[in-house]
Design a protein around this ligand. Structure first.
Ligand code: G3H
Ligand code: 13P
Ligand code: ZN
Length: 315
């Protein structure tokens, strides 16, 4: 299916503008109508380009036709500057499948494989994707985390800048996810977390000044939202994210895409917990889901304005 039919764009122009003007394209994960609406409303209200990220498990949860039906229902045009992106595709087949159903961008995550296998899998995805004008992200180095089966890894292996240079030279990949100390999930401040390695980032940028770089695991884990979850019966002890200033600094140093999933999950859950706990008689899901949707939207607006610097960047 041609993604142009859905009013989607690939990431080429969004990344070149982001690099030229030192901002990042937000990549927000979604998994249902509410989170999709929240992200699109936030992007529209702030006039920001946006990447709608769907993990393999989220695609499985929504189903191909339900997902693409929702994207069709969003009535996007290319002026909205929205890409639909497969997040952490674990295989060439998963990437091909996403392209076949209308995704405009895919990630092949072969970061756990050895260097040459990673190169080879990336080349195979690029060969198919570029025929369909779909852009490709790869990952080098391992971003630690516990929540995603495909990416789970106990420690963070920083990206080696020379490997990154060699990888891009061999594959000509459209964007590269790098490991500089971010990690997936809501518990980023375990003992091994020592802040971001801006020295590694700066070496990579010097070697690859034209390659859009991607930060995964960049949620801030807003403490006011964690507080709401805990106040209304949830348990998120020691939940902790990447300091906002660190992400802002990375964005100012050429990072062109910043991935956020956990923050939206937390905002959504906080909205539901608070609304149900304070309205014990409420049982219409539309009532509490609309509060949760609005909390995700407000969090996305906040990230767009304060972290990504991508507000008012639509042409
Ligand atoms: O980086 C991974 C995302 O947070 C997706 O996680 O597979 O649980 O949807 P998920
Ligand atoms: P967070 O868990 O920090 O939101 O990371 C999301 C991510 O990297 C999705 O690919
Ligand atoms: Zn990720």
């Amino acid at each position: 299916m041609d993604y142009n039919k859905f009013g989607l764009v690939n990431t080429t122009e969004m990344f070149s503008d982001a690099i030229a003007h030192k901002y990042a394209i937000p990549a927000f994960n979604f998994y249902n109508m509410e989170t999709l609406n929240a992200i699109l409303a936030a992007a529209r209200e702030t006039h920001s380009p946006v990447i709608l990220a769907v993990s393999e498990s989220a695609l499985h949860y929504m189903g191909d036709s339900m997902l693409m039906g929702m994207i069709m229902g969003a009535k996007l045009t290319t002026r909205d500057c929205v890409a639909l992106h497969l997040d952490h595709g674990a295989s060439v087949d998963a990437c091909k499948h996403a392209i076949d159903i209308g995704f405009s961008s895919v990630m092949i995550d072969a970061s756990q494989k050895n260097f040459s296998e990673n190169v080879e899998l990336t080349q195979r995805v690029i060969e198919y994707a570029h025929k369909h004008n779909v852009t490709v992200e790869s990952e080098l180095g391992v971003i630690a985390g516990t929540e995603d089966e495909n990416t789970s890894s106990k420690k963070s292996l920083y990206t080696n800048p020379n490997d990154a240079y060699e990888f891009v030279k061999r594959t000509n990949v459209d964007s590269l996810a790098i490991a500089i100390g971010t990690n997936h999930g809501a518990y980023k401040c375990k003992s091994e977390f020592k802040g971001l390695r801006f020295d590694v980032l700066s070496e990579i940028v010097n070697l690859l000044p034209k390659t859009p770089l991607v930060l995964h695991g960049a949620s801030r884990i807003p403490q006011h939202l964690v507080g709401i979850i805990e106040k209304f019966g949830g348990k998120m002890e020691n939940a902790c994210g990447i300091p906002m200033d660190d992400i802002r600094q990375a964005v100012s140093m050429h990072v062109a895409k910043v991935n956020v999933d956990s923050d939206s999950r937390i905002a959504f859950t906080a909205g539901i917990r608070k609304t149900l706990a304070t309205n014990p008689k409420m049982f219409n899901p539309r009532d509490y889901l609309s509060v949760a949707t609005d909390m995700v939207k407000q969090n996305c607006i906040d990230e767009i304005k304060t972290v990504m610097n991508s507000a008012n960047k639509l042409k």
